[in-house]
Design a protein around this ligand. Structure first.
Ligand code: MN
Length: 238
């Protein structure tokens, strides 16, 4: 095989294997931060979230946050030696020169790790203790979704809307700018939706309201119930 042909073959093979997904972070060290694979196929959330959006979102955006954290950890190994939620709850102990970078990239890593897990195909409906908490604290499922969507729509620019959960099981709707997370307040996210344009623009363009409404079709309520129980037990992290 001529060199050029061989190179073309290798590029094709790499593209087929999805290896280009992490090319943007190829320069970054391999650890200590790591990205879990998507727990379902990229097209599994269609028609609500398209495969291309999922591939770019997980394979480029989230991967870049992880790669950037590994670059920070090369010079500041302590970053990788504490649980992620503890670093985010104590950003003042991060060296000032990299504090904003850690806030953005580790926040992004934590938020997206949660995000992939709390979505899935055929996510069902809330029930049991989670539904009871939604009824008690957020005025029921319909009101909760309407208020959550309105909060997501009010985020100016990039950010997230979350439902936070306390150890007592109390719920609240909270929005954050950029990649900030309730973990930075020492709180916990039961679930959250990414309202950065990269989360929806290919399919919805400027129609964030449509994305927010459709997103509820892919919430994995079984995983949300697991997170609620973990929060009550004090074991919920990111
Ligand atoms: Mn995102």
């Amino acid at each position: 095989m001529f060199h050029a042909d061989r190179r073309r073959f290798l590029i094709g093979a790499a593209a087929t294997a999805g290896l280009f997904a992490t090319r943007a972070t190829a320069q970054a060290p391999a650890g200590p931060f790591a990205q879990s694979p998507l727990p379902y196929a990229p097209g599994a959330l269609e028609p609500h979230i398209d495969a291309k959006t999922m591939e770019i979102h997980h394979g480029r955006h989230h991967a870049a946050y992880v790669g950037n954290m590994n670059t920070f950890a090369r010079d500041t190994p302590a970053l990788g030696q504490k649980p992620i939620h503890e670093v985010l709850a104590d950003l003042n102990s991060v060296p000032e020169a990299i504090r904003t970078g850690v806030r953005n990239n580790l926040g992004g890593h934590a938020n997206h790790t949660m995000f992939w897990q709390i979505m899935g195909p055929g996510g069902g409906k809330p029930e049991g203790e989670v539904l009871a908490a939604i009824d008690r604290d957020l005025g029921g499922l319909d009101k909760m979704q309407a208020d959550f969507n309105a909060a997501g729509l009010r985020v100016f620019g990039s950010g997230w809307t979350f439902i936070t959960v306390t150890k007592d099981g109390k719920l609240a709707i909270v929005s954050k700018p950029n990649q900030d997370t309730p973990l930075m307040d020492g709180a916990r996210a039961l679930l959250g939706n990414d309202v950065w344009e990269h989360a929806y623009y290919l399919n919805y363009q400027n129609r964030r309201a449509d994305y927010l409404k459709a997103w509820w079709n892919v919430v994995n309520w079984g995983e949300v119930a697991r997170r609620y129980a973990a929060a009550r037990a004090g074991t919920l992290t990111v």
